[in-house]
Ligand binder design. Sequence first.
Ligand code: SF4
Ligand code: SF4
Length: 201
Amino acid sequence: MQTRDYLKLLVEEIHSAVIATIGADGHPQTRVIDMMLWDDKGVYFLTARGKAFYEQLMGQNYISLSATKDQYSVSLRGKIVNIGSEKLDEIFEKNPYMQKIYPADTRGALEVFAVYEAEGEFFDIGDPSHVTREGFVIGNIGRKQAGYFVGEGCIGCKLCYSVCPQKCIDISKKPVSIDQNHCLHCGRCAEICPRQIIEKR
Ligand code: SF4
Ligand code: SF4
């Protein structure tokens, strides 16, 4: 799947996400926010100018969010921008329940934010013994490698495979290699490797 498929899933299938920002006391704060729209540039949500959340968005220009449904999840971490009332009418048209929450011209209290540059991750435990994860990006940024990787000096002892809960290590070759799309990031392989060559990135 591509970025647009994950954004579509986030907005049209899951819809409500937990967004984290940093509160005025320096601690993380979360709240549930609906994901209203998506397009090839990113994903859009809104909030009212009077909320503490609005001040945090304006001051931090960055969010983390996670949303889940039916044992799969989509997460994003990245930059946001306030686009004011742009797309507000489109949001109300596509999400008619908003007209009951903010009837008539009271929608004027709302401003729209776009997540325009972010790293994302899709994670699916629908088949628990064969989990799936995939990374994607919004905007013009490279994808950072994250997870566990086998470095130089593998002796092919297969101890890593013996302790891997998902058996997602290909031991048919030396060096062995980790299938990143099915790894839990649990770290058991790195702990047991006698050469200590499995690197966490
Ligand atoms: S981090 Fe865990 S799931 Fe991933 S390869 Fe290592 S042992 Fe297996
Ligand atoms: S435990 Fe370390 S040395 Fe042994 S097969 Fe796995 S990566 Fe190679």
